[in-house]
Design a protein around this ligand. Structure first.
Ligand code: 13P
Length: 263
């Protein structure tokens, strides 16, 4: 079930790396590496830490860069007594377009439940931004044959009560937890199988048109050396890149995957 209308989306999740000076340098270098043609062929979103967002936004605006500004997280409420948190409303004011939600590190280390993830999706879409919903299984769940149950359960919970139009505009990133930051990548074929299953689940819980339009990413140890094979899979529309997005030369090569033949 693939479609020509889904633009490839390459997203760089910097996690807690790069202060705002380093962020500016990194984005400037990336802008130097990527040509107009590169950026006409793919969407590139950059997700720096909160403290960098204003600097990166100013740079994107001033230099009219074609990068999409993204965030890594937000709170579900618009404002209130939530010390240390940042609302979706504030991110929208900074021209943030994409917000990662339900990353496995947030789920595991900060106790984000499926219910909280769903509420955040509602908040992100209320403020006209695009959620990048992360789903994925642990190694133990995979070995116990529970991958589909876990991942598709996360998808169902996140999409509850979302309209077809809202589902169409979302992004879902399949990130097997055992492949994050470990150097282990799901084989492109395995990633395709799971991502196709996610698309079928979207068709079931939302509609066929939502399943055809929603963009599905793979994440987990994506590098310049494996991107072309991953992107050659019919249901994979993009990638969510952690470690390799910190180096502009490597991330630039990932964004230029079309120039790199499969070997
Ligand atoms: P790595 O690319 O470092 O494995 O991280 C993946 C990830 O968690 C992106 O959100």
């Amino acid at each position: 079930m693939s479609s020509d209308v889904r633009r490839p989306l390459i997203s760089g999740n910097w996690k807690m790396n790069h202060n705002h000076f380093e962020a500016i340098q990194c984005v400037q270098k990336l802008a130097y590496i990527l040509s107009k043609e590169d950026l006409a062929a793919v969407d590139v979103s950059i997700h720096p830490p909160f403290t960098d967002l204003r600097s990166v936004q100013t740079l994107i605006d001033a230099d009219e860069l074609k990068f999409i500004l993204g965030a890594q997280h937000c709170h579900e409420a618009d404002s209130g007594a939530f010390t240390g948190e940042v609302s979706a409303a504030f991110l929208a004011k900074l021209n943030v377009s994409y917000v990662i939600v339900g990353h496995s590190e947030r789920r595991e280390l900060f106790g984000e439940t499926d219910e909280v993830v769903h509420n955040k999706i509602v908040a992100i879409q209320k403020h006209k931004m695009t959620p990048i919903l992360c789903v994925g299984e642990t190694l133990a769940e995979r070995e116990a044959g529970r991958t589909h149950e876990k991942v598709l359960g996360q998808v169902r919970s996140a999409l509850e009560k979302r309209s077809v139009e809202q589902v169409k505009s979302m992004v879902i990133a399949y990130e097997p937890i055992w492949a994050i930051g470990t150097g282990k990548t799901a084989t492109a074929g395995d990633a395709q199988v799971m991502i196709e299953a996610i698309r079928q689940e979207v068709a079931k819980v939302s509609s066929g048109s939502a399943a055809a339009a929603i963009r599905l990413q793979y994440g987990g140890s994506v590098k310049a050396s494996n991107i072309a094979e991953i992107m050659s899979q019919p249901d994979i529309d993009g990638v969510l890149v952690g470690g390799a997005s910190l180096d502009p030369a490597e991330f630039g090569r990932i964004c230029q995957y079309r120039l790199r033949p499969l070997n």
